[in-house]
Design a protein around this ligand. Structure first.
Ligand code: NAP
Length: 458
């Protein structure tokens, strides 16, 4: 007798959607005649970090949503949001309904930075700031822009550091044309930042920026980008890095252009400093009043060592953008050092190194929080290839239907959202945008209960 292959994908970001797409195209051996995929997410909406991680002034990246929309519309794929794996459901619950579970839960939290003063008032995680300006339902509606914080430090020279620096330096009205919710526009209007100091602990050839994002930094008429010459070192290791990567060479070229440019006198400035390792956030009365860095020098291998010389920078807020970190997942082992679920090509591995039957990972939870959105495609291809290799040995679920799973959610009282519900919310957000004086493409709804009730109406 033939039957459906039932797969749960936990996480409706690009990683989970790409994995689902590949799965719908996989050749199924007997006894499977078709595949049925339920993509589960704790957000009431699909698209993960595209909705809640991409900066609002990057609509080009959000275009990816159009392609992901097409995948989610596939008849073999169901979206189920507002379900929290670990709280509402555990692995053994999912195993009742699915042959296999693919975890694509990504990374949302800030990687910890253990330097003195990091917990002072005015010291923030970049990921938290991103979640706030992108209107994530689970973060506070208010952002604590101190009324005196005219100078701000951003730690880390990756694209998140650039996003954070740019949003801090732009005016609220420049961002009003985007999809930012009203509370974010109101919050940004209270931001008095004039100087954003971005710190790299190594040199210009070691930054993680990508060329286009770095170039775009100067497109705002209200921002001057100032690259400081101190620490702008290109040693032999740097020359090797430039020769090895066209993208890295372009990044260094853009930095050199900024270095040579005279400031225009714009009201806001983004300063980029090299070879400055943050060692302490300085405080007074529990609040940030500065950042202490140790000057570093390149060691010829691409790394940097401390020189023992320190500089204190008078800043009133510090944002660390030193990388994301994944949440642990109930029932799965976790590698604390790398912040991933231990796996072999996507097959989850138990502590003793043996595969955990029927459990797979893909995306940032598999390989760590690096790489652009498109990189998760090859990741997903590898994971699904291994799932298909194992398909004969998967343990058949006792209740192998979509309806049985929905009934289970109802019995738990989980107010899940669906793809049809997302289409309603999508339409609603677009109508809010259209009704706005500036005819914006969309205005995001923020409160979880509002998102759920709009999605579940009708
Ligand atoms: P990232 O690219 O890994 O950058 C992290 C930065 O933090 C690096 O410069 C790193 O320096 C620095 N850092 C780490 N530990 C530090 C410490 N203890 N002290 C000082 N600096 C420290 O991470 P990300 O910016 O979170 O981005 C994650 C991924 O998302 C990346 O692939 C990124 O391109 C992508 N993304 C893309 C966009 C876009 O617009 N295209 C936007 C956002 C994110 P070292 O190199 O010295 O460790």
């Amino acid at each position: 007798m033939t039957r459906q292959l039932r797969v749960a994908v936990v996480g409706a970001g690009p990683a989970g959607i790409y994995a689902s797409d590949i799965l719908t195209k996989a050749e199924l051996p007997e006894p499977f005649d078709s595949v049925s995929i339920d993509i589960i997410d704790r957000d009431p909406t699909p698209f993960g970090l595209i909705r809640y991680g991409v900066a609002p002034d990057h609509p080009r990246i959000k275009e990816i949503i159009k392609a992901l929309h097409r995948v989610m519309g596939h008849e073999d794929i169901n979206f189920l949001g507002n379900i929290e794996y670990g709280a509402d459901l555990k692995l053994e619950d999912l195993q009742q309904f699915y042959d296999a579970v693919v975890f694509a839960t990504g990374a949302r939290r800030d990687r910890a930075l253990t330097i003195p003063g990091i917990d002072l008032e005015g010291s923030f995680g970049g990921a938290d700031f991103v979640a706030w300006y992108d209107g994530h339902p689970d973060v506070s509606r208010e952002w604590d822009f101190a009324p005196h914080a005219e100078s701000v430090a951003v730690l880390g020279v990756g694209n998140v550091g650039l996003d954070v620096a740019r949003v801090l330096a732009k005016t609220a009205d420049e961002l009003l044309v985007t999809e930012i919710p009203d509370n974010v526009h109101a919050g940004l209007s209270r931001n008095v930042t004039k100087d954003v100091h971005v710190f790299a602990r190594r040199g210009p050839a070691q930054v993680k920026f990508t060329p286009m994002e770095l170039r775009e930094l100067s497109h705002s008429p209200t921002i001057d980008v100032i690259v400081h010459p101190e620490g702008f070192e290109l040693d032999e290791g740097s020359m090797d890095a430039i020769r090895a990567s066209k993208s890295q060479k372009l990044v260094v070229d853009v930095l050199q252009n900024y270095l040579a440019k005279e400031p225009t006198g714009a009201p806001h400035r983004i300063h980029i400093h090299f070879c400055q390792n943050p060692v302490e956030v300085l405080g007074e009365d529990g609040k940030v009043v500065g950042l202490r860095t140790e000057v570093t020098e390149l060691d010829g291998t691409g790394n940097a060592r401390g020189t023992g010389e320190h500089i204190d920078w008078p800043v009133q807020a510090v944002y660390r953008a030193i990388g994301y970190y994944s949440d642990t997942l109930s029932g799965l082992p976790f590698d604390q050092v790398h912040g991933v679920v231990p796996n072999d090509g996507g097959r989850v591995l138990e502590v003793d190194g043996s595969p955990l039957p029927g459990a797979y990972v893909t995306g940032w939870i598999k390989r760590g929080p690096v790489g652009l959105i498109g990189h998760t495609k090859s990741d997903a291809a590898e994971t699904i290839r291994l799932l298909m290799e194992d398909v004969d040995q998967l343990v058949a679920p006792s209740e192998p239907t979509h309806q049985a799973f929905l009934d289970h959610l109802d019995s738990l009282g989980v107010e899940y959202t669906t793809w049809a519900g997302w289409e309603q919310l999508n339409e609603h957000e677009r109508s809010l945008g259209e009704a706005h004086d500036l005819e914006r493409e969309r205005v995001k709804v923020v409160a979880r209960e509002d998102m759920v009730s709009i999605s579940r109406s009708r």
